[in-house]
Structure formats: structure tokens, C-alpha cells
Write a protein that binds this ligand. Sequence first.
Ligand code: THG
Length: 627
Amino acid sequence: MPSAFLDHLTRRVLVLDGAMGTQVHEHDLDVETDYLGCENCTDVLVKSRPDLVQLIHENYLEAGADAIETNSFGGARHVLGEFDLHDETYDLAKRAARIARAAADKHSTPDKPRFVLGSMGPGTKLITLAQIDWPTLVASYRESMRGLIEGGADAILIETCQDLLQVKGAINAALGALDDTGKTPDDIPIMVSVTIEQTGSMLMGTSIEAALVALKGYPIACLGLNCATGPTEMAEHVHHLARHWDRHISVLPNAGLPVMVEGRAEFPLRPKPFAEAMLRFIDNDRVSAVGGCCGTTPEHIRQLAQAVNARAPQSRDVTPPKPAATSLYAPTDFRQDASFLIIGERCNASGSRKFKRLLEEEDWDAIVSLAREQMRDGSHVLDVNVDYAGRDNAIDMTEVVSRIARQVDAPLMLDSTQTATLEAGLMHAPGKCIINSANFEDGEDKFDQLCRLAKTYNAALVIGTIDEDREAAMARTADRKLAIATRAIERATTQHAIPIADIFIDPLVLPISTGMDADRRSALELIEGTRRIAQAFPDVQLTCGLSNVSFGLKPAARVILNSVFLHELTQAGMTSAIVHASKILPLNKIEDAHKLAALNLIYDRRDKSAGGTGLPTPAQRPEPAMA
Ligand code: THG
């Protein structure tokens, strides 16, 4: 059963309130008696001046608002801590919700029920800049949100979001608080409102496209925009949400862009043009919740409520965003037209001598340069693997991921055999990542653990075709690759609700040139396995560690074998690969004789007459510098 609030949101365009802060500032408040010595801590007013807070709520309700926001914008523990109020976190949140509840109940009628949105602002510390860490942030919000829920909020509104990682943390806090109080997002919906600056992106640089992709996997009822600009500047971003977001949309602009008047910022947009601009969002973009942010007054809300006049939201045609990962900044589609998703392999302690050395030297700047170089060479995503005996892998992952995330526009594939190392990366990656990887080698518990990580951090997940069978170990035949892939896809999608397009099956590349008979069929079994998995699951992604195939061969031979093998794989349905991007050659750059030799190896066509691999040695053919 959806809550009364969700039901209302579906049937009526919801009018929210306007600014709280600017209303408070209209009153001449005393630092000691009103702010209790905490200058500018508006949140403390729910304790010292509940009368005033309720009056402001009631002014908005009288103006016609259907929903009011609790006076708890700065109410997370880590923010209150700056005023030495940490220990009052739960109490202040609960008071804030109770006051708003009392005001809303007083003005509710059967025809016009009024709702309370538990407001949570971004706080004063940016998690992507490491000013706070994930566990602290999540625990901090969770405590306040529990207070808001127990004080009677109808929804949790995570608003004025500037940093994707903070949003992901706050959503997890809300889910935790719901859990604490025996509720679900159906009872108390989660709403998220991001702030797009005049620059066209969130403060940390995230585009609305990336925000949508990075948040889509969470149980959010409503996604929207508030603050920073007026309605005009928001139009393009709201329009993007209208086309691609499959749930409710909210819009709460400022009363225009501030202008300086006698040294003070003033918000120039008058109530009537404000209301007119908001109506256009309702008519053109079919948004379902409208209200105001900085500079908006009860008069803005009165005009808005009159204009909206309890109309029903219209349905929209939505094209969901393509399956994608994101950096902090922008999304990258999992499916690349006429190509494959290129995942750079070089930030890997066991896959690159250079990276290993840089890690040992803790030369983080050079690691960032190596990441950038791979993007210049054509990578779409970067694999990051710091697994290395004798070092603290979780700390290395934290260092590498937080730097690359900020300094390189690359979605990250976090690669480790250890859950703790993966989670260290996820806690520091603001965008939507890919976890590499899960399998059944250590049973279903570990597999489930990785699926839960994918849900918590809204990441995609690579699953390798390995199961518990110690004898067979990795699946070496196409049949077993398909069988294990099928089992994994079933479990991840049904038991963990991971969207199939967020699953990457890795049918496992093994070296073919070991000289061992057992390995000769590896490549062709992989091609056949890929073909069958792609046919059985057209929406699943496929990936592999391409360079594994040619371990042990000379560098020039590796370039040719890898390139030819990749071509065969993509023909069979492989959609991505972990590669050394600058060492993949297009087929027309490879001599026919070399191509044939590679194909003979791949398809295990034994050529009795030729010795070795039939592929060139470096002396015969210089290593190509660029693809
Ligand atoms: N599947 C999945 N993830 C993976 C793999 C896989 N991650 C790791 C690995 N396999 C893919 N990455 C690499 C990276 C480098 C090399 C091979 C695979 C490689 N490196 C050179 C070597 O070892 O000879 C080193 C070159 C250098 O030092 O610069 O071949 O299969 N899901």
C-alpha cells in the first residue's frame, strides 16, 4: 500500500513551501535567547522558538502549500557538532518534525491533506573532497532521519545536494533509518533534490545526466532540482529529467538569480512571474511537485498554489537512460556503437610493473597521470586493482580511487578479490562504478555479499564464471560458462534485484600459449561461450581480461593475438574488455600472415609445418606505438 503522501503525489501536483531561512531572517532574533548562543544555527530554533517555526510553517500552509519542510536542513550530527550540539541530533530532528506535523495537522482537511517533508541538507563537509568519511556521514544522517520519522514526517527530502557521494550516503542513511523504525520507502518515501549551479553542473562538477544514472538504482520516489538558480536556468535540466527519469520530479528554484542591493543579496523574481514559470514546468515537463527555495515567500507560494489549482499531474513518455557507469562528472554507456567498452587495464598492481612501482613509491600524482594517459589512449572506463601482498590494500584503494575520481573523468571498475578493498573504493567513488568481480568459487555467501555491495553503492557487477567445483575450477567449456552465467544472472536479478543491464558476465580468458594441451581450446571455448551467453541474455553485458590470452608470448605477438582475438570475441557478442588500449590494432593494420597465425592459435588449428606461434618476434616487427 503506498502512503497517503505517495498517493497524493500521483493524483495532484503537490505545492511545497518556500524558503525557511529568509523568513527566519525577517525576525530580529537574539543570539543568546533565540539561537542559544549558536549564531546562525537555524536548526536550534525548534527548541528555543517552536512558536516562530510553527508560525512560518502556518504562513505557508495558509498560502496554500500542500507540504511543508521541517526546519532541520542543518540537522545532521556532523553539522550540529560544529555548534557542540551533537548530542541533541535526534531530539532536534524529532522536535522539527513534531512542530511541522502540528502545523500540517491543524490545516489538513479531508479535501486538502497537508504533508510534512523531513528536510536534510548537504551539510558543511564534502565527502568527495574527503572532508568526512562514508561511515560517519551515513551514521550522522541516519540518526537525524530516525528523529524526523519518529516525529511524524511523511517523507524524507534529501535536498540541495552538491556531491553525488553524499547523496548515495544519505540515501543509505534513510534506508537505515526506515529499517530502524520498522518502515519502508513505501511508507515514508525518499525524495532527492540536487542543486545545479549556474555553471550547469553540481558543485562537484556532476552533470544532471550523470546524477540520473548514478541515482536511478535507488528506491527514490522523486528526483528534482532546488536552489542555486531561478526557474529559467533550471529549465534545460528539468527537461532532461522529464525525458529520462521514470518517477516523480520536483522543482524548487530560488526567486531568480540574486542581485546585490546595498551590499545585500536580493532575489528579484516576483511571485507572479515565478508562478508562471513553475506552471510551464508542470505543463511542459509534467513535474509533480513545485515549491520555492531561497528568496521565495508565502506570497510566491500563494500565487503558485492558485495557479496550480489542485491539477492532476500528466503522464510523460520516458526513455530510460542507457545502461551506463559514471565518473564524478559524466556517464559512459555500457554499449558502444560499432565498438566495445574499452576498460583500461594498466592501473593494476599485478598487471603493470609501472603501476606496481608507483604504488610502492606512493607516487599518487604519477598514478593519476597513468590514469589520464589511458583515457587519452581511448579507454572509456579504468580498471583499478591494488591487490598486492605486504601493503594495506584498502588504504591504497582509498588513495587511488579518491584521487582518480576527482582528477580524471573516468568511470571506475574496482578490481579486487577482497570485499573490504572493493568497499574501500566504493566509499570513495562518487560516480556509478563497476565491481570486479563476484563468482561462486567461495560459495553463495560471498557472491551475495558482493551483490549487496552493488545495491548499497548502486554499482554494476562483473561476475566470473567460476563455481564451487574445485576439480573443474574455472569453467573451461562453453557449456559450463553458460551454465554458471545462467545461475549467476538468476540469483543476482531475482534475489538481489540487480538490473540485468548492470551485470557483466566474464566468461574468463585463459592463456592459450602455455604449451599445455589442456589450454589449447581455451580461446575457442571462450568465443563459443560468449556467443551462447549473449544469445541467451541479450541485455547482459559481457567482459573479459583480454591480455590474459597471450601471457608468455613476446610483446609484438601479444599485440597481434590480442587484437585478432578481441575481434573474434566482439563478433560473438563480447561488449567490453579490459585491455591496454593503445596496443589494440584494427584488423586492417595486421598483415594477413600474422592474422592467420593468430586465428590458427585461437581456433586450435594445428600447423605441423610451422614452429613456435607463427607470430612475429619483436625483431621482425617493431612494436606499434599507437593503434
Ligand atoms: N577478468 C576480470 N578482471 C581481470 C581479469 C580478468 N582483471 C585483471 C586481469 N584479468 C586483466 N588485466 C590485465 C592487466 C595486465 C595484463 C593482463 C591482464 C598484462 N600485463 C603485462 C604482463 O603481465 O605481461 C604487464 C605489462 C607491464 O608491466 O606493463 O598482460 O580476466 N574480470
